[in-house]
Design a protein around this ligand. Structure first.
Ligand SMILES: NC(=O)C1=CN([C@@H]2O[C@H](COP(=O)(O)OP(=O)(O)OC[C@H]3O[C@@H](n4cnc5c(N)ncnc54)[C@H](OP(=O)(O)O)[C@@H]3O)[C@@H](O)[C@H]2O)C=CC1
Ligand SMILES: O=C(O)C(=O)CO
Length: 317
């Protein structure tokens, strides 16, 4: 029977489905695979269901030589933790879970936008501290989001879902920067560069995948192009934003605030960021809802099932 490693704790229904199809070893733990565990996953199994944090770099594949494993089914749409070219060269297919994550991640972007613009984290801390003196007309004034301009850096599935919420829900004007021009069912202006986008909007949302090309795409220069009243939201991956430059920009008032779901060296969050009142910090909650995680798991298992049945695989990377 086909041997599969499930590398992380998953919703029970997903594990049960996989057990019905394969000889499953279930690593029911929250921490990423160690290097030795990754090598064992490649050498001792026909395939593995892995997820973010499992750092399958080129060095792991080169040490693995010609592995027994033929597929890494990633639980998640982002696969920047896997060197896909090296995986392919070692004879492995990589798959992911696009779509299942889209709405939930767009919702977290909206949560962060509202929290950052309306100073909700700061306000909650004030109430919990016991220091709130009561309502007054100029208390904690934030940015009114309705009717403002949102910029989407990466107009893909999640970027479009965010833009749609902004346009139809908040009457916001939409601008974007993406590699290609998009045909959309709402008005949106394409900007030529991240800098041009940053300069044109009140809220800049990062929704590009992490890759060598997008590393530090949101640089000190992009942050400097933003207005001092503007907010940066990152729901994609931490290293797309130059985190040190972001901290400096928040400290100096170059921008008004930031809402982050992801960090450059996750799960480490710099002390300087923790100290900032104008940063809203979430622990990578984008898809954190049971039904969403079940959908993601079902997609990953479907990719494994199709692969071993010799059928077209639904979500190859
Ligand atoms: N916080 C969380 O929990 C979650 C985070 N994510 C992150 O969100 C990312 C996006 O997911 P999803 O929307 O499904 O991905 P998509 O592939 O659908 O969209 C990515 C978009 O980014 C654009 N893009 C790629 N490279 C560049 C670049 N160099 N400059 C400008 N635009 C670029 C693409 O343009 P084009 O279409 O022209 O190719 C595409 O429009 C994932 O890769 C993942 O890292 C995802 C889920 C949950
Ligand atoms: O799908 C992803 O890429 C995530 O970050 C977690 O759902």
């Amino acid at each position: 029977m086909t041997r599969i490693l499930i590398a992380r704790n998953l919703p029970e229904s997903v594990v049960a489905e996989a057990r019905g199809l394969f000889d499953v070893t279930y690593r029911d733990r929250p921490d990423p695979l160690s290097r030795d565990e990754m090598l064992e996953a490649l050498a001792g199994y026909d395939g593995a269901l892995v997820t973010l944090g499992d750092a399958f770099g080129a060095d792991v594949f080169s040490e693995a030589g010609t592995p027994r494993a033929k597929i890494l089914a990633n639980f998640g749409v982002g696969y920047n933790h896997i060197d896909v070219a090296a995986a392919k060269a070692a004879g492995l297919m990589v798959t992911n879970t696009p779509g299942a994550v889209t709405d939930a991640t767009a919702d977290i972007a909206m949560t962060l936008m509202l929290m950052s613009c309306r100073r909700a984290g700061e306000g909650e801390r004030l109430v919990r501290s016991g220091g709130w003196q009561g309502w007054h007309p100029v208390q904690m004034l934030g940015l009114h989001m309705s009717g403002k301009r949102v910029g989407i850096l990466g107009m893909g599935r999640i970027g479009q879902a965010i833009a749609r919420r902004c346009h139809f829900g908040f009457g916001m004007e939409v601008a974007y920067a993406s590699r290609s021009e998009k045909t959309l069912d709402f008005p949106a202006t394409r900007c030529a560069s991240p800098e041009a986008l940053a300069a044109a909007v009140d809220v800049l949302v990062v929704s590009v995948p992490a890759s060598p090309e997008t590393h530090h795409l949101v640089s000190a220069g992009v942050l400097a192009a933003m207005q001092p009243t503007a907010h940066l939201i990152n729901i994609a991956r931490g290293d797309i934003v130059d985190e040190a430059a972001l901290i400096a920009a928040l400290e100096a008032g170059v921008i008004a605030g930031a809402g982050l779901d992801v960090y450059e060296h996750e799960p480490r969050v710099p002390e300087a960021l923790l100290a900032l009142e104008n940063a809203v910090l979430l622990p990578h909650l984008g898809t954190a809802a049971l039904e969403v995680r079940e959908d993601m798991g079902r997609m990953a298992v479907a990719n494994l099932r199709a692969f071993f049945a010799g059928e077209p695989v639904p979500n190859p990377v």
